[in-house]
Design a protein around this ligand. Structure first.
Ligand code: ZN
Length: 161
């Protein structure tokens, strides 16, 4: 749950307090808070991959994340996981996750949760069968922790977000 800590520490954000209203009203809030355990070894393994570690949120992704809030962004993530990864044979598997356009997409490439081959390779989740609720929650937990780390990184003293 360490990511919640980072998020709650957010100072008053003018964009967040002023503009989040209307779109949220269109969707029921589910208050997404994944709770699965993510082994520390995963972050060490990802940090050793030259390909995975080059992914970071850009200014636009960070602004989006700060405006919408982590919970809502994770709600999108939950939906991407359910529709694009969880089926036994996802549509266009291997190409279903865009390179940019949403913070969760970037997080997926950074963490090897972008397609079923990467899930098999990095997370030992076998291809060819549906992902369980618990497995989907684990993926969301990985994404949540990565996003929280990226936010913490951009909010470090002396860094302009
Ligand atoms: Zn992949």
């Amino acid at each position: 749950m360490q990511w919640v800590g980072h998020w709650q520490k957010q100072p008053d954000d003018p964009i967040k307090s002023g503009m989040t209203g209307f779109q949220d009203d269109l969707f029921p809030r589910r208050n997404v808070a994944p709770r699965a355990e993510v082994p520390a070894a995963l972050w060490e393994k990802l940090a050793r991959s030259a390909f995975r570690r080059r992914f970071h949120l850009n200014a636009q992704d960070r602004a989006y994340l700060q405006e919408k809030g982590l919970s809502l962004v994770l709600e999108h993530g939950q939906d991407f996981i359910a529709r694009r990864l969880a089926p036994a044979s996802p549509l266009k598997d291997g190409r279903q996750t865009p390179w940019k356009g949403h913070p969760v997409f970037v997080a997926q490439h950074a963490t090897g949760t972008c397609c079923r081959s990467c899930l098999a390779k990095w997370h030992a989740l076998p291809s060819g069968r549906c992902l369980s609720e618990a497995e989907q929650d684990y993926i969301l937990s990985v994404l949540a922790q990565w996003l929280a780390r990226e936010l913490a990184r951009s909010q470090a003293p002396g860094t302009e977000a």
